[in-house]
Design a protein around this ligand. Structure first.
Ligand code: GLP
Length: 260
């Protein structure tokens, strides 16, 4: 696991965008996208590279991690709508090639299966961008999630609903209780996992994910079982990492070479 400790949100965005750009240059066809505030600087940087450098996403397909049950794709807080507004509208990614679970499907259990099979038959996902919840969730795999889980329905914890209430006009009461999320086993199928995190409130979660035991109690700890993971963290989120100095030492020369 490569842990890159950065000094700013913009720098985090560059490191994540570099991972995506390098994978695209090497022939990547499939991107995994996450919502939440953590990947926004990366999406801004990818949009800038599209605008200024002609980076093209036209040949790519993309898969979202998760979706709220009960929200249609045109609801402004559905993840399908959020990813359109934050990334797809600013690059040449064909919206018809951006896949997400349909949270308003009449049979959400069948929808979860359909989505998982679509990923299996189209994938593997070349680069999967991830954030992390304050309780260690990835996608919406809350603590207790099987490390081998596939796409399915999950019930959100109250903490996650409260954390996400800031995005909903009506606050907590409007945050759905259920979601469709790629499972941890599904996420592990991607070739390169790139997790981006910032802020003191995520420090315990990222320490547990990177240095704690591999455990369903911290779903993001499943990353330790993956052969190719990059964690991009600011100083505040890195503040509880015991081996932070070593991670800095390892990436120092590489980052210098790349001009950061
Ligand atoms: C949601 C998403 C996750 C995301 C998490 C953290 O729960 N389902 O994919 O990682 O929020 O969000 P933020 O980056 O806004 O803290």
């Amino acid at each position: 696991m490569e842990v890159v400790i950065v000094g700013s949100d913009a720098q985090a965005g560059q490191v994540v965008a570099d991972a995506v750009t390098q994978a695209m240059a090497a022939g990547a066809r499939t991107l995994g996208l996450a919502t939440g505030s953590s990947p926004l600087s990366a999406y801004r940087e990818l949009a800038r590279r599209h605008r200024d450098d002609g980076l093209s996403f036209a040949a790519l397909q993309a898969f979202l991690l998760d979706e709220y049950v009960g929200l249609t794709a045109d609801h402004p807080q559905s993840y399908a709508a959020v990813i359109r507004a934050e990334l797809v509208d600013h690059v040449d990614l064909d919206v018809g090639r951006v896949h997400s679970p349909d949270g308003a499907a009449p049979d959400v259990l069948a929808e979860a299966l359909r989505y998982d099979e679509l990923i299996s038959s189209t994938g593997p996902i070349d680069v999967q961008i991830l954030g992390i919840g304050a309780n260690g969730h990835v996608g919406f795999n809350e603590p207790g999630s099987s490390l081998a889980s596939r796409t399915r329905i999950k019930t959100l914890t109250e903490q996650t609903r409260r954390d996400n209430a800031r995005f909903f006009e009506g606050g907590l009461a409007q945050v759905p209780r259920h979601v469709i999320t790629q499972g941890l086993g599904t996420i592990r199928g991607a070739r390169h996992l790139v997790l981006t995190v910032s802020g003191e409130h995520k420090a315990a979660a990222i320490a547990a994910a990177v240095e704690g035991p591999v455990s369903a109690s911290c779903p993001a700890s499943v990353l330790q079982l993956h052969p190719h993971v990059t964690v991009v963290t600011d100083e505040a989120a890195a503040s509880r990492l015991r081996h932070a100095d070593y991670y800095r030492y390892v990436v120092e020369h590489k980052l210098l070479e790349q001009g950061y």
